[in-house]
Design a protein around this ligand. Structure first.
Ligand code: PGA
Length: 893
């Protein structure tokens, strides 16, 4: 680990303040002995990390099992509070630029505001929330943390007491005391309905407020009304890849809860507008459009006879309440006094509000024109429609293949689909897609899998009728390896009436089928698959009618398959090679980036990552997954959400319009260098992970992979199959377990060797100096190296039963780490990791002494657990240490 050149660590005063309070709480609630033990271990660990001579006694041996559990909770809470203190230091969580700054930067490059406006007019930027199981903290813990953050803000503003008159310091102490007494581990496994509810709470409390607020700011900053290009997406309740608990019912629950939330919000807004816009026709001229709305509202109350705006809004409220009842299936919380026709679409609701807004703007000097609550409501309708978030469907291509084979068999099609080669499959599926006759009728008897798959498609068709077509627009196919994978899904959609040939012979499909390419080989094959896709007239005409086609690229699985550097380059090269395929077809490409929080799963700064996208591949359109612990970090509060959404928007704008910072001559040299680096990184990574005898056993014994599977952090099972092979393991536990063992192999292994073997070191330095793409690779890798620790990892290696195997493989890893460390320093011209990023360095070094004791306790507990000790406190202790290490590392890998 990076213990070279210890520099003094800058203490953050908030961490000291909160840490001291936590100490007081531990003393008051856990007792003097626990407090002293904790303090002793903390001080000893800090000394060791500072290189103090003779600091060897860790104090850990003296802990009983109960003490261990209490101690781990203490360190976990310290990390939670330290995260909070750090987040307060930067509002723009990931650095980056505001939209106004991005526009200014572009102007400096000769790009006019008109060009920016045109791009925004065709842009679509969508964060997509998913339920990937990487958030280890319970919502109650996060809520307490947010309350403390709010109290700290009051304290910053110079207040001594809260609004309700409590002393702020007492209130913070109380929250920490509650945190201390809150169980950090879940008792019950999460179910899909919990995940839906969790995300819904973020959407209601944060996104519904943050998005209109962000637009209001942009209107002020840019002096124009930008189009509504941000949307919200979700996978929760619709992503059934490897999750048998996601079905037609969860799809319906997710959509109805979303609709109830957003329509309930609109009703409240309209209610408040009615209270606010009290203009009397005796005192002001009221345009005819509002009089007309008032006339048809049915509001005949004499007290409001001279208040046409209020009457108009009563009518709007009545229609919206009827819409709520129609869509949600029950009366709204505050029913309307009047009868009204349900709105047929969000647009018809919006038209009424725009009429009111225009009327207000046309009078006086337009003082009541822009913004305000009405402006925010119009913006919300454009953004959230009647469904709040668009829900994607996702399933694995293997499942589609089996279901299509079953349907064809039942329809009497010979020979068996599974026996056909790719060309024959394409021919057969194309034929099926040329007519409207479904493969199965009501009487067809199908197996459980096919029934459940068709049920979800019928539920999707029904959802279109109830919630509108905007509610489900996309169907993602995991593990897409061929063109037939795409066609199979259209054949399945046809069964539910979601694909049809219109009377003119043209294909129509309200749901777009989207391939997810997620291994190195599949990324390489992507351009050929999409070329063949567009060669099919029906597919091309579908895409052309939509104007765009999405392709999803998977960061985690490509990393697990080929290692960090090869995956990153493979994703970049696939995007670049896809762009001309789309241009030739005359269809706009929309990339969907499937990335998690950890570097091994595509994590790191979103701003840097988007900005480093190859030129010509963004064009204002991007969707990005937001998952696990990232959701609370980026969207935990309205301010954070505003800052992070702005970061994504400005990075997208820059990536779309800013000229390539690398000159053409350099681009060719750099690209050739990356090809070479990628090949050698791939060989080094695959050599270890897939071609070394005993690696799987080594990995399974060295890391807490099997213990992670017992965490109750998500509804889906931790693996798709019972197989032990790394290929079959999901990427999340793979990355998660390496992080716990402090190896973080997916963030660097292979890359270091490639850098070391590359002969032209001057070229590497040049790339590190002026190529944002390469800089991002190195910056992420450097952060991971700084968080990893080969000393601690060597203790995990003792968990491997076969000592020779352990020494051999851990020896390789340690040597690889040293190579990565040295070659990274060389390329970036530094003498120590993070020398050029002092605040990140400080933050990581401040944490390290708090993580090390947790790792040692985890190892001890794992030894006892694996030796067969069945005291439930041991299993609980392991889970707590996993939780605490993940909290302290700030992501699950
Ligand atoms: P998936 O996600 O296994 O659901 O495809 C991979 C990841 O995000 O790590």
């Amino acid at each position: 680990m990076n213990r070279t050149a210890p520099q003094p660590i800058q203490q953050n005063p908030d961490i000291r303040f909160l840490g001291k309070m936590l100490g007081d709480v531990i003393r008051a609630y856990g007792g003097e002995k626990l407090f002293r033990q904790t303090e002793y271990i903390r001080a000893a660990s800090v000394d060791r990390h500072r290189g103090v001579e003779g600091a060897v006694d860790t104090g850990l041996e003296a802990l009983s099992l109960d003490d261990t559990i209490a101690f781990v909770r203490g360190f976990m809470l310290f990390s939670l509070l330290a995260n909070l203190a750090e987040d307060r230091q930067s509002n723009l969580q990931e650095g980056g630029a505001t939209l106004a700054e991005a526009v200014e930067r572009l102007q400096g490059e000769g790009i006019s505001p008109t060009q920016v406006g045109e791009l925004l007019g065709q842009s679509l930027i969508v964060p997509v929330l998913t339920a990937h199981p990487t958030e280890v903290r319970r919502k109650s813990m996060i809520d307490h943390k947010n309350r403390i953050a709010a109290l700290m803000r009051l304290r910053d503003a110079g207040h001594d007491v809260t609004e309700s008159g409590d002393r702020i310091e007492n209130a913070i102490y109380r929250q920490i005391a509650l945190l201390w007494q809150t169980r950090p581990l879940r008792r019950e496994k999460l179910v899909v309905a919990d995940e839906i509810e969790n995300a819904r709470a973020y959407m209601e409390d944060v996104f519904l407020v943050a998005l209109p607020k962000l637009y209001a700011r942009w209107e002020r900053d840019l002096g124009m009304r930008p189009p509504s290009f941000l949307r919200l997406g979700s996978w929760i309740g619709g992503d059934r890849d490897g999750n048998p608990f996601v079905n037609a019912q969860t799809l319906d629950t997710a959509l109805s809860r979303g609709a109830a939330t957003v329509l309930g919000h609109y009703l409240e807004c309209v209610h408040h507008l009615g209270a606010e816009i009290s203009i009397s026709s005796e005192l002001a001229h009221v345009p005819q459009a509002v009089i007309d709305l008032a006339e048809i509202s049915g509001d005949l109350a004499s007290s409001r006879a001279d208040e046409p705006y209020r009457r108009a809004l009563s009518g709007v409220y009545a229609r919206l309440a009827a819409t709520y009842t129609q869509i949600v299936g029950e009366a709204p919380p505050r029913p309307s006094r009047l009868e009204g026709e349900p709105y047929s679409s969000p647009d018809s609701f919006r038209r009424d509000l725009v009429a009111i807004a225009s009327a207000l703007a046309s009078e006086g000097k337009g003082a009541l024109s822009s913004g305000g609550a009405l402006g925010r409501l119009i913006r919300s309708i454009e953004t959230f429609g009647f469904h709040l978030a668009t829900l994607d469907l996702r399933q694995n291509s293997d499942v589609h293949e089996r279901v299509v084979a079953e349907l064809l068999r039942e329809a009497g099609v010979e020979p068996a689909y599974l026996e056909l080669d790719e060309a024959a499959r394409i021919a057969l599926l194309t034929k099926e897609l040329a007519h409207n006759r479904p493969l199965c009728g009501a009487a067809t008897a199908l197996g459980a899998e096919a029934n459940s798959e068709l049920a979800i498609l019928h539920a999707a068709a029904h959802a279109h009728e109830t919630f509108g077509r905007g509610a489900i627009t996309t169907y993602i196919i995991s593990k897409t390896t061929s063109l037939s994978d795409l066609l199979e899904v259209y054949v399945l959609l046809k069964e539910a009436g979601l694909y049809r040939i219109d009377p003119d012979g043209k294909a129509e499909a309200p749901i777009m089928v989207v391939p997810l390419f997620e291994t190195i080989g599949d990324l390489e094959a992507a351009p050929a698959i999409m070329t063949a896709f567009f060669e099919l007239p029906a597919m091309k005409s579908l895409a052309k009618a939509r104007g765009h086609q999405e392709v999803m690229i998977g960061y985690s699985d490509s990393n697990k398959d080929g290692g960090y550097l090869t995956s990153t380059w493979g994703l970049n090269q696939a995007s670049l090679a896809l762009a001309p395929v789309f241009a030739a077809a005359g269809v706009t490409m929309q990339l969907f980036h499937g990335r998690g929080g950890a570097v091994g799963r595509g994590g790191g700064s979103a701003f840097g990552a988007i900005q480093a996208q190859p030129r010509g591949t963004v064009n204002g359109r991007i969707r990005i997954t937001e998952q696990g612990e990232v959701i609370a970090a980026k969207y935990g509060t309205v301010d954070n959400a505003v800052a992070n959404l702005e970061t994504i928007a400005s990075a997208t704008l820059l990536a779309s319009l800013e000229p390539d910072p690398v000159a053409n001559a350099d681009a060719a040299r750099f690209s050739a260098a990356m090809d070479q680096l990628s090949v050698s990184a791939f060989a080094a990574y695959r050599g270890l992970v897939y071609e070394t005898d005993g690696f799987t056993t080594f990995f399974r014994q060295m890391t807490p992979i099997s213990e992670i599977a017992t965490l109750k952090i998500g509804s889906r099972p931790s693996s798709r199959t019972k197989s032990d092979r790394i290929e079959d393991l999901r990427a999340i536990p793979w990355v998660f377990s390496w992080a716990q063992a402090r190896v973080m192999l997916p963030g660097w292994y292979g890359a270091g060797q490639a850098l070391a073997d590359f002969e032209d070191k001057g070229l590497l330095k040049a790339m590190a100096q002026c190529w944002p793409f390469f800089q991002t690779i190195l910056a992420n890798m450097e952060m991971v190296l700084a968080k990893s620790d080969m000393e601690i990892a060597s203790h995990y290696a003792t968990l491997v039963q076969d000592k020779a195997l352990s020494e051999r493989l851990f020896g390789d890893i340690r040597a690889g780490w040293n190579t990565a460390h040295d070659s990274l320093l060389d390329a970036t011209a530094q003498s120590a990791l993070l020398e050029a990023s002092p605040s990140l360095n400080n933050s990581i070094r401040l944490r390290m002494p708090y993580i090390e004791p947790l790792n040692h306790l985890q190892i001890e507990l794992m030894k006892r657990h694996r030796a067969g000790e069945d005291d439930p406190r041991i299993a609980e202790g392991i889970q707590l240490t996993i939780n605490a290490v993940a909290t302290a590392l700030r992501n699950s890998g």
